[in-house]
Design a protein around this ligand. Structure first.
Ligand code: ADP
Ligand code: ZN
Length: 714
């Protein structure tokens, strides 16, 4: 099996004296080059005569890919319809990247350059934003530039040489190191999870507990049991860059840090971590979704924390959902899987309902803290003044919180200053030239930027359509604009903005968290970053600036996702002694989503969602698979979409919706059309999709992407 999108493995002749076994990593000739591949389990294709086979070029001295991982690769490929080689590449990437490790790399010069930079040079500096030095080859690869660009930057003093960080050996976490004393609810739940791990058979348990109930402490006991069993544990987190508090808690429990895995690690660290996992030296890994493809020899536990998070879905390359594939990985390894959330997905709840997954609940907050009280602010009745976005009751509440010396948070899930810029004179709207999307103003950077393709232009002085001067006006708020308003309203408050574009690098989030814990901040203003599992004991007020935001567009899960997100943000308030309060600014306080949040009755809301989706066989009570057609021209995209439409499968319990232009009908200059296959739950979509795709031929420049169980419909 080669790490490329071929439909299957290739046959090679075994030279005398070589005895490769399935899983061995080998070098083979391919198109006059030598490539790294893995001996796969498939039997040889008898149709190919022996003399036509090329010989294996050699064995690579690295731990073989074990049968469990090979079966996992095959499973993911079959389920997602991705070429198996492309899936295998995720498990092999590390080995393929050269053998001799460089010892010197580059760091950004300090202070940063004031000079104008080429796009390529800017990308190189971005790749070094994390302060971690990187070797020339790696840096060039990440930035997508030639090595010459890197060397040129070094010559002109933009980069300075730095010794690459050595990787500390992985110390063994100590399960007997004393942890926190657990409450009786926690103790009971931990006992069940310990048992599931000790059973050494496959199981799935949902750990469902209200925000602040101490779920982490509970599943760390499952990790401890896994260590006692001598097996390895994997904890998946949706955003590893935001997990500084989690890492601190792990260290408190086990006296050492876990191995960390994500795609942004310097290659050197990746290589060492990968080898340590393969040898069993790294016994606990905390990572992003790609950690599922690490070579664990004996995986006994997989935890998926915040299992409802859409960040677990990989939308590019191999399109897979890490939560679902974590369950598959656990099954193949006879391991326990634990899915953790205060707002479980309807998919997981449906699996609990039919008895496939067990469920544990923690009904109260740890240490006697109460859940926050939630109220809606009706923006029609008590809305803000014209051109403002914070309603008087919210401003009042922030003032009162500040006066008590407690912390407040304003949440708006939108980066930048304003989502739309238009000309007051002619009505022209600033649009991305490559995408069906408005350009978002980023005032701090003085730029208009596309959030889909990254296209960025300076804010023009004149309208590009009518030429009127100073006529461009921002429409609607982003988090920068809220910050501006908050600065005027609360001039003495110490503010901190948390958004993905202002907090770059692995330390930015940790520094922010520390500043908040140390009460060096009074007012936090942020995007969805602030909804993550943070524990800020002095935060007592959360204001949601636009609670209706996620409901627009109305995809299948818009309501479910809005409830989950807003309940998670709300859950940041009042986690210690002082009670928490949450205010939702909304234009429709009567909406079931707002009602569910105000009443805190998520179970009733999810039951209602279930009742709405069940009759029409919508997920999780039916299956969906999307085909996304894209091409350089609208004509080619339309033609291919039409062909697919004509070849659409027909049958009992299935239906095809589309073709239709995608909501993002142009993305990065490509024209996009969508088709959606919808079937009953008992229908396997993969054979249908394979037969369907086999009936059409894709022309040059056109592409069909398959998304099984789509979460995004853009
Ligand atoms: P959840 O993940 O359920 O929202 P956390 O796991 O973040 O909740 O726990 C909330 C807070 O309570 C954390 O600061 C955690 O360290 C603390 N905590 C949880 N359980 C205990 C315990 N048994 N003893 C002391 N502190 C605890
Ligand atoms: Zn764009």
């Amino acid at each position: 099996m080669l790490p490329y999108p071929f439909p299957g493995p290739f046959d090679y002749r075994v030279p005398a004296g070589m005895d490769p076994q399935p899983g061995d990593v080998v070098l083979v000739p391919l198109n006059r080059r030598e490539e790294v591949g893995v001996v796969w389990d498939a039997s040889a294709d008898e149709g190919v005569p022996d003399r036509k086979l090329k010989p294996l070029a050699g064995l690579i001295d690295t731990p073989p890919m074990r049968s469990e991982l090979r079966r996992f690769v095959d499973w993911v490929a079959a389920y997602t319809l991705a070429p198996p080689g492309e899936v295998m590449a995720m498990a092999l990437r590390v080995v393929a990247h050269g053998v001799a490790a460089p010892t010197m790399g580059w760091r950004r010069a300090d202070p940063g350059p004031a000079a104008r930079l080429t796009e390529a040079r800017r990308r190189v500096l971005d790749a070094l934003a994390s302060q971690e030095p990187r070797a020339t080859g790696e840096l060039a690869r990440i930035a997508g530039v030639g090595a010459g660009v890197v060397r040129g930057m070094a010559d002109s003093g933009l980069l300075v040489p730095a010794v690459l960080t050595a990787v500390a050996p992985f110390a063994a976490p100590n399960p007997e190191h004393p942890g926190e004393a657990l409450s009786s609810d926690q103790t009971a739940a931990a006992a069940v999870l310990r048992q599931a791990v000790a059973a050494r058979v496959f199981s799935v348990t949902l750990l469902d507990g209200v925000t602040g109930s101490g779920k982490t402490e509970v599943y760390l006991e499952a990790v401890a049991e896994c260590l006692r069993q001598g097996r390895q544990a994997l904890v998946l987190l949706p955003e590893i860059a935001l997990s500084s508090q989690w890492l601190e808690r792990f260290e408190r429990r086990f006296a050492v840090a876990p191995a960390v895995w994500h795609s942004d690690l310097p290659s050197r660290v990746r290589r060492v971590t990968w080898a340590a996992v393969a040898e069993g030296a790294a016994s606990v890994v905390v990572g992003a979704r790609s950690a599922l493809f690490l070579p664990f020899p004996d995986l006994g536990l997989v935890v998926v924390d915040e299992e409802h998070e859409t960040a677990f879905k990989q939308e590019e390359g191999v399109v897979y959902h890490a939560r679902d594939m974590a369950v598959v990985r656990a099954r193949i390894c006879s391991a326990a899987a634990v899915l953790v959330s205060a707002t479980p997905s309807l998919e997981t709840l449906a699996n609990v309902e039919v008895g496939r997954y067990a469920r544990l609940t923690l009904p109260t907050r740890h240490g006697g803290a109460a859940l926050p009280s939630v109220a809606a602010i009706d923006m029609r009745a008590t809305g803000p003044e014209r051109g403002q976005f914070l309603a008087p009751p919210l401003i009042e509440a922030v003032r009162a919180t500040l006066a008590r010396g407690e912390q407040s948070m304003l949440f708006l899930n939108r980066r930048g200053y304003a989502p739309l810029t238009l000309c007051r004179h002619c009505g022209h709207r600033m649009q991305c030239p490559n995408c069906t999307a408005w350009l978002v103003e980023h005032r701090v950077r003085r730029a208009l930027q596309c959030h889909h393709c990254g296209h960025s232009v300076p804010i023009p002085d004149e309208c590009p359509a009518c030429g009127a001067a100073n006529s461009l006006v921002p429409v609607g708020p982003g988090v920068e604009r809220i910050t501006e308003e908050a600065t005027a309203a609360f001039p003495d408050a110490r503010r901190l903005v948390m958004a993905s574009d202002t907090m770059t690098g692995p330390h930015a989030a940790a520094d922010a968290a520390r500043a908040i814990e140390a009460r060096a901040v009074d007012l936090i203003i942020g995007t969805q970053i602030v909804a993550k599992g943070w524990h800020f004991p002095h935060l007592t007020l959360v204001g949601v600036v636009d609670a209706d935001l996620g409901l627009a567009g109305g995809d299948l899960r818009a309501a479910e996702r809005t409830v989950q997100l807003l309940h998670q943000v709300a859950g940041r308030a009042g986690r210690a002694e002082a009670p928490g309060r949450v205010l939702l600014q909304t234009f429709s306080p009567e909406h079931p989503v707002m009602q569910a949040l105000v009443e805190g009755d998520l179970a009733a809301f999810m039951a209602r969602e279930a009742a709405q989706r069940r009759p029409g066989h919508w997920p999780p009570y039916g299956r969906l698979a999307a085909l996304i057609v894209s091409a350089d021209s609208a004509t080619v995209a339309d033609a291919l979409a039409r062909d697919l439409g004509r070849a659409a499968p027909r049958g009992d319990g299935m239906e095809v919706l589309g073709p239709a232009p995608a909501p993002l009908s142009i993305l990065r200059g490509r024209h996009r059309r969508r088709l959606l296959l919808k079937t009953r739950r008992d229908v396997a979509v993969q054979p249908i999709l394979r037969a369907w795709l086999g009936k059409v031929t894709t022309t040059r420049g056109a592409r069909v992407e398959v998304d099984v169980d789509p979460l995004s419909f853009l």
